[in-house]
Design a protein around this ligand. Structure first.
Ligand SMILES: [Zn+2]
Length: 243
């Protein structure tokens, strides 16, 4: 029987239900509109062929998914994976990023070493990483509407600076982005060593075909705390570039 009291109770239940529904909807909506939309982040496998001795993934839409896009690349030289892990740990956890970031992750599965481990010969793994970069990452970035690309590396201390950026092609936008990052940071120098093995597989053709690209190099033998601090300097200087 629907007497007055029951109708009142039904109305209250209905009112509470509608109120809750609107609130949940608003929360979902606010989340989608925020600048760090974790739900938009995806991880895809873009290459996995047994003859390649490795595979390539991309983590997409880190930061502000509606903004201009920048690509990061890690894993071209698998020996240098401490620095790659540092970027993968820090970049996806930054809030309030201005731009949208895709991180290309090259995973070499055979014949590689790591700084500090000094396993015999890293050369086959380096070559594999470079080949994967040219075969799979380069076409994705050059055709992917990116405003810039940053290739993350580490070194064993043979350079005059611990932490530096450089563009292997002088005189273009890639160089000016690299110099801007260096000027905006306390600990990142601009230093072009004028000899890279990986340049022809990624950063040189990117610069030559419309995507300004530069290297980030970190000394593999400094402490993880300092590597973290330097990587955060890079991430935020890149995020404040005027594209
Ligand atoms: Zn390298």
């Amino acid at each position: 029987m629907l007497n007055r009291r029951n109708i009142l109770i039904l109305l209250i239940i209905l009112f509470v239900a509608v109120f809750a529904f609107v609130n949940i909807n608003q929360m979902a909506h606010n989340d989608a509109g925020s600048s760090n939309n974790a739900s938009a982040v995806t991880r895809e496998l873009i290459a996995n062929n047994s003859q390649d001795k490795g595979y390539v993934e991309v983590i997409k839409n880190v930061g502000n998914p509606n903004a201009k896009k920048i690509a990061y690349v890690v894993g071209v030289h698998p020996l240098e994976n401490d620095t790659h892990r540092t970027l993968l740990k820090l970049l996806p956890n930054q809030t309030d990023l201005n731009y949208c970031y895709d991180i290309y992750v090259i995973n070499v599965t055979e014949d590689f070493s790591a700084y500090g481990k000094l396993l015999p010969d890293d050369n086959p793994g380096r070559e594999t990483g470079q080949n994967l970069a040219y075969k799979y990452v380069y076409p994705e970035i050059v055709n992917g509407s990116y405003e810039a690309a940053i290739d993350i590396h580490a070194h064993g201390g043979a350079y005059p600076y611990n932490t530096f950026v450089f563009c292997p092609v002088d005189g273009g936008v890639g160089e000016s982005y690299g110099r801007n990052v260096s000027q905006a940071t306390e600990n990142i120098s601009y230093y072009n060593p004028y000899q890279t093995t990986s340049g022809p597989y990624l950063t040189i053709p990117l610069n030559e075909h419309g995507v300004p690209a530069f290297y980030f190099e970190e000394n593999s033998f400094i402490s993880q705390d300092i590597k973290d601090r330097h990587m955060l300097e890079l991430i935020h200087a890149v995020d404040n570039l005027k594209l």
